[in-house]
Design a binder for this molecule. Sequence first.
Ligand code: C2E
Ligand code: CA
Ligand code: CA
Length: 437
Amino acid sequence: MAVDSETDLRRAIYGGDEIVPFFQPLVELRTGQLTGFEVLARWQHPAHGLVPPSEFIPLAESTGLIGPLVQSMLRITFDAATTLPEHLTLSVNISPTQFHDPSLPEQLALAARRGGFPLHRVIFEVTESALLHNIDQARAIAYELKSLGARLALDDFGTGYSSLLHLQALPFDEIKVDAGFVQSMIHSRESRKIVAAVVGLGNSLGLVTVAEGVETKAQADMLLWQGCDFGQGLLFGSPAPASNLNRLIAEMSQPETTIAADSPSERSPERINLRPNQQLAQLQAIYDGAPVGLCFLDRHLRYASINQRLAEINYLSVAEHLGRHISEILPQMFQALEPCFLRAIEGESIAGVEFVSLGHAPGKRGDTFLISCQPARDEAGEVIGISVSVVDITEHKRYEEALRTSRNEHQQLIEASAPIPWSPDGDSGTFTIPSRW
Ligand code: C2E
Ligand code: CA
Ligand code: CA
């Protein structure tokens, strides 16, 4: 470790402005617009150069210097942020040890007041370890910070002692998805599922979700697809000193440099206007009201969902289908169409297979259905199940059958009839048929 001396750290905090804030952009994934910055400490050490926080924050925490360090850094931060446009926020990290100091809200409020920066534009980030030892005290501090107008973020969610209890115990406004999951989500199915679960949890609790460590467009696209609101990482900008702040804001406000996951013209209107959970509600309504039978089978061919129409076609309730294998519900159909389902699970689209059910009376033909199977893929292209549509074409088939029968009868009638003799009637252009006809 480059820095291990408390005296050195004390001098840096009290003596000069050696511990300075760096600013990392936070961006709305849907539009690519800059929404604020996370403030990250750096030590501009006279001998060691730029020292990262991992090398001095633990020392500051263990020596009780973290409070003065943050105070000193906030002073420089708010000075630098006087020209920050009003719609931009600042996210400030608070150490777990600070979260046990009952005077913390007052200290932070004082720093903001002195710097002339309103607390409603500040988001305080805490990790779950801040809540481990004395959750009641943490809760009291959190509520006090909220009453001062500040917002609260749960940092590094998914690592350490993650517990849903913490999410419920404190009035969080946002969850930050840890960079480790974000970075491995493209190649690791598990990470992808964890990110999807955290984002889904955030959405359903009405919390803003922020992904950290976004380095590639593929990650940003996947996060957007999963419904994540904001991103932070090298793709959008690395932490920069205060002297770069105005240039960074100007650059990121240029439409051509905003890094949206797609260009707006490529996006469909519903992706622009609706959040994924709203899209889901809209799709659910269409699904339930569709006159066509629809269901979703998981990879093991169990009903994950089914709409009302298909439940009626199968003469069972929606609930009676869920979780059950298709062979249990429709043994005869499964026997006939199993290869189609298996091909769909392998990724093939199967369109318009006709299936005739057994008639209710012996020897009687049943209803006819047109069945299509479409593989459903997750954001990484893996087949996670199949979407099945079922159209009852019995009436159409009966009509076709009746038409065919009538055409045949007509044909037979013509064929059974003797040829009618006729002869041209001179030059008049008419024909004469003998009177016996
Ligand atoms: P953090 O709060 O999770 O901050 C995010 C870290 O991810 C930062 O590391 C940031 O520079 C880094 N990062 C940003 N974009 C990317 C990316 O695309 N890829 C990767 N791999 N990393 C990225 P940094 O600045 O070294 O800070 C490390 C940790 O130190 C922070 O983690 C935070 O826990 C702590 N820290 C920093 N400043 C302060 C502070 O003022 N007070 C307290 N209490 N802790 C601080
Ligand atoms: Ca943080
Ligand atoms: Ca973090």
